[in-house]
Design a protein around this ligand. Structure first.
Ligand code: FAD
Length: 459
């Protein structure tokens, strides 16, 4: 599958349907949920009725080899409201982590439990971060110990989306202390399991429609089969990590791998906020007059808008590329997932801040949505890896990829033998074209046209 920016008919239709949903159902209630911090159940119900809240929907989108479906969906949804968007897609983030670790049987068992069905919705949470360690996953202190036919999980989790109210919590815990973050595993902890305590719902700056919580796991007991991937796979993974540690190699961390995969989703969410703010401030600047002209006629207003539009498009291209790479199993050898997340989250903050400036005093009060978008956007430089962590990942990856050519040179080429011989830029083609040009006045028109057809570059 080559990287192609042309959407399929289904993708086009999806973007239109999500946009309508965001415009008609999300935007009108966004300020209410931002103010009250209530969980937006009615909007989730409607999302489910429209097919945007189901495991198969997200598996389909994530598996789409064009890579475009998931970022197109996320951008439109989060254009409506990032807080409500997070409430809707939180189970998909948990499902994505589960998808990387779970056996097919476990996925079949737990994926429906993450979403439920219209009229009987369920929630899911992904619980990784802890009070002492968000960025530094080596610092995670939640432990899981085997006890007969069960696992006992003990620990403290912080900033967990849907934490404590979810039907399914995907929780990571250290199972081998010596291996540190390479000795971690993911467990399913169903809501209501004794010992799983919602300490408090967190009072946030932005994305306030989403529920974020502090959790305690006080000797939470789950059956053996709640270990995602099963024990044989875990033993194998731990043995590989031990061997790698012994040989001084780096072994992959499941926790970090989870975040790498979801970075393009999250980047697309930030783009939704950025685009909302860009559109809003552009429309405002077109109509607001100062010193006898629409303020967009002043370069001080117009140039930042132009710069931000350029940066948003650049971030979108990075996001679509990363999503295409993830869907096609192309590894992020230069931190491409992190590049997308970094660029998109930073441009979301810059654009929303600029939107406030463009609206002046009106931007600073709640009559317009730009102050909310600014508060929402700020989350994106923090969660799923802060901007500093993305820079560390990119720099580390660049160091490891030293001497390699750029990605587009390294990728497996497409096209057949005819393309290799006579494709654009080949020596044969250039020589033939030059010879044809020299003869152009001596060859009759129909013959020249026929030759031009033959000379058309093969794919
Ligand atoms: C609203 C919200 C929702 C969230 N949802 C979830 C969720 O559902 N599940 C979940 O597991 N987690 C979630 N998180 C947690 C989030 O992923 C962490 O907050 C994030 O990873 C940062 O960790 P930290 O807060 O511990 O900051 P720290 O790791 O303590 O970092 C503090 C600062 O130091 C910087 N820093 C750290 N190390 C370095 C370094 N080596 N070099 C340079 N700078 C560095 C960081 O970039 C940051 O600026 C959420 C957070 C928020 C705010």
């Amino acid at each position: 599958m080559t990287f192609d920016l042309t959407p399929t008919v289904a993708q086009h239709d999806l973007a239109r349907r999500v946009h309508e949903f965001a415009q008609d159902r999300i935007r009108p209630v966004a300020a209410h949920y931002d103010r009250t911090q209530e969980f937006p159940w009615p909007v989730l119900e409607e999302a489910a009725e429209r097919g945007f809240y189901s495991p198969l929907f997200y598996r389909d989108l994530i598996g789409d080899p064009t890579g475009l479906s998931i970022p197109m969906f996320m951008e439109e949804l989060f254009w409506g409201c990032a807080g409500i968007g997070l409430a809707i897609v939180m189970p998909a983030l948990a499902l994505s982590a589960m998808g990387q670790a779970a056996s097919p049987e476990q996925l079949l068992q737990w994926a429906p439990e993450c979403f439920g069905t219209p009229g009987d919705l369920k929630l899911a949470a992904l619980a990784i971060s802890e009070p002492e360690g968000g960025s530094d996953v080596r610092n995670l202190r939640t432990r899981a110990i085997r006890d007969g036919d069960d696992w006992i999980i003990e620990g403290h989790k912080m900033w967990i989306g849907n934490g404590g109210i979810a039907d399914v919590h995907v929780v990571n815990a250290v199972v081998d202390e010596e291996l540190g973050h390479r000795g971690q595993a993911l467990f399913v902890v169903p809501g209501g399991t004794p010992g799983l305590e919602l300490v408090r719902k967190l009072d946030k700056l932005g994305c306030r429609a989403s529920h974020t919580a502090e959790l305690k796991l006080d000797r939470v007991r789950v059956p053996r089969d709640h270990l995602l991937g099963g024990e044989a796979k875990l033993d194998h993974k731990l043995a590989a990590a031990r061997a790698a540690a012994h040989d001084g190699h780096r072994a992959a961390s499941a926790t970090l791998g989870t975040f790498e995969q979801t970075r393009p989703f999250v980047a697309a969410q930030a783009l939704g906020i950025a685009r909302a703010a860009l559109e809003y401030m552009t429309a405002y600047a077109n109509h607001r007059e100062a010193f006898g002209a629409p303020i967009i006629d002043h370069q001080g207003i117009a140039f930042p808008i132009a710069d931000l539009a350029t940066r948003i498009d650049a971030a979108r291209l990075l996001t679509w590329r990363a999503s295409w790479m993830a869907a096609n199993g192309v590894p992020f050898e230069r931190g491409e997932g992190s590049m997308a997340k970094l660029a998109a989250s930073e441009v979301a903050v810059q654009t929303t801040e600029r939107a406030i400036q463009t609206l002046g005093g009106w931007g600073y009060i709640t009559d317009h949505p730009v102050e909310k978008w600014y508060r929402d956007a700020k989350l994106y430089t923090i969660f799923e890896g802060t901007s500093e962590i993305q820079r560390m990942v990119i720099a580390g990856a660049l160091g490891a990829a030293e001497g390699k050519p750029p990605l587009h040179v390294e990728l497996q080429p497409s096209g057949g033998a005819w393309n290799k011989m006579f494709g654009r830029g080949t020596e044969r083609r250039t020589k033939a074209a030059s010879a044809a040009l020299l003869m152009k006045d001596r060859v009759p028109d129909p013959l020249r046209r026929a030759a031009m057809k033959i000379l058309r570059p093969p794919r």
